[in-house]
Design a protein around this ligand. Structure first.
Ligand SMILES: Cc1cc2nc3c(=O)[nH]c(=O)nc-3n(C[C@H](O)[C@H](O)[C@H](O)COP(=O)(O)OP(=O)(O)OC[C@H]3O[C@@H](n4cnc5c(N)ncnc54)[C@H](O)[C@@H]3O)c2cc1C
Length: 394
């Protein structure tokens, strides 16, 4: 009898999990036949079938990317690996993880991987859902922002973020919002209307007076720093402060802190203080057998305070989870842990910074790339093209 593996979600964490779980991740023809005629596992993915390459979304601002260019129909990728796909949404998990409920059915498993991605704490600041746009809301939300921007001849634009740090790490999207602010500056300059716009960068999670390479880049672009600022409420035409005063904003791009989706709280999955699926250092969901999670829906055991939710971290975590799931299915103890690493290229189009920190102090790619150079824009594009090529054709 083949062991049944269920994977929830078809984003970065789940697809990295698949690539590390399968013996032959990049030879699909062999993988197909090998898995067809010899495989210990029957794998099922439950999701919407559309992979979104989120790191490409800020580039909507400069017109370089669109929804179409960053979206991949993931079903052929799964078919090439002889993996079943269920087009549905998970609404509950029970029986210690053995039963997964969707809107239309229920699926049992011998082992479960959860990669459902983030939920955003939109309730933290009233009016977030109604009066702000977010690149984290996906391509449609960002295209709606661009549509509104294109209708403005002048105005005040606020770009901001809030983090959830209750699990001891950075559950939020700071770097992406810096990137959006700098790309807005670039796009408005290209249109010759930069002097008609004010761009503000705000966050209650940055200390007023904070310095560094990012702050220098923002200041060099004339972006007004509202470090330490948190509106009490987003309202029509702007923001209301705690003292009742009104700040005008024609357009707000804002991303709240990250937690796990709401349905997790009613399921049998343990939930951390910060609202994530609670996992240990092996990526194993605590107190449950053969259940693993990685990516933005889950927390870390003893993380360094600087580690963020990232596609890059999802990869490191999914690799460990995949190896550990294989081990437990063979009756062994999990032993694979993962490194903590923040690694991302902040693209400003006319310049770029490689933001990096690692728990073992290893530099990215053995330091072959510069840390501050416009050339990194091309490097970032190259990573995206390679990964999307892999998903589309390999
Ligand atoms: C604008 C932006 C820029 C970014 N830039 C970078 C960057 O430069 N570098 C970097 O490393 N990271 C970047 N990130 C972060 C990165 O995209 C996330 O960390 C990554 O997507 C997390 O992967 P995930 O699989 O956990 O979640 P996701 O990629 O969001 O995938 C979650 C999957 O689960 C599915 N799903 C959700 N709920 C259910 C359900 N109930 N049932 C079934 N399926 C479900 C979704 O449809 C999706 O397929 C960026 C993010 C954003 C928003």
């Amino acid at each position: 009898m083949k062991k049944k593996i269920v994977i929830v979600g078809n984003g970065f964490a789940s697809l990295f999990f698949i690539s590390y779980f399968l013996v032959l991740p990049v030879f699909p023809v062999f993988a197909f036949f090998l898995r067809r005629f010899y495989s210990r596992y029957e794998i099922t993915v439950i999701g919407n079938g559309q992979f979104i390459y989120f790191p490409g979304i800020p580039d909507f601002i400069i017109g370089k990317k669109t929804k179409k260019t960053i979206t991949v129909d993931i079903r052929p990728y799964l078919r090439r690996r002889n993996i079943h796909f269920i087009d549905d949404r998970v609404v509950d998990i029970q029986d210690g993880g053995r039963t997964v409920f969707t809107t239309r059915g229920r699926y049992t498993n011998d082992a479960l991987f959860i990669g459902t991605g983030p939920a955003f704490m939109v309730e933290a600041i009233p009016g977030t859902g109604t009066h702000t746009f977010s690149p984290c809301g996906g391509p449609d939300d960002m295209e709606a922002f661009m549509h509104k921007l294109e209708g403005l001849q002048e105005g005040i634009i606020y770009v901001g973020f809030k983090l959830n740090k209750r699990d001891g790490f950075v559950a939020g999207r700071g770097g992406q919002m810096y990137e959006c602010a700098c790309l807005l500056d670039y796009a408005l300059k290209e249109k010759g209307v930069r002097d008609k716009f004010e761009i503000h960068l705000f966050s209650p999670d940055i200390e007023p007076g904070e310095t560094g390479a990012i702050t220098d880049s923002l200041l060099a672009r004339g972006i007004i720093l509202d470090y330490g600022y948190e509106p009490a409420e987003f309202v029509e035409g702007g923001m209301r402060d705690a003292d009742g005063s009104f700040r005008k904003a024609d357009l707000i791009l804002f991303t709240p802190g990250i937690t796990a989706p709401e349905w997790v709280r009613q399921s049998c999955l343990p939930v951390s203080d910060g609202g994530h699926v609670d996992v240990d250092k092996f990526g194993r969901v605590k107190n449950l057998d053969n259940v693993f999670a990685a990516g933005d829906c889950s927390n870390h055991e003893n993380p360094p305070p600087w580690v963020p939710h990232q596609a890059h971290m999802a990869q490191l975590r999914s690799e460990a989870a995949a190896k550990n799931m294989r081990a437990v299915l063979k009756g062994r103890e999990p032993s694979h842990t993962y490194r903590f690493e923040l690694s991302c290229i902040l693209n400003m189009e006319n310049d770029a910074l490689w933001l990096h920190a690692a728990s073992d102090n290893k530099p990215p790619f053995r330091n072959i790339f510069p840390r501050h150079s416009k050339k990194l824009v091309t490097v970032k594009d190259m990573f995206e093209r390679l990964y999307l090529f892999y998903l589309r054709y390999l």
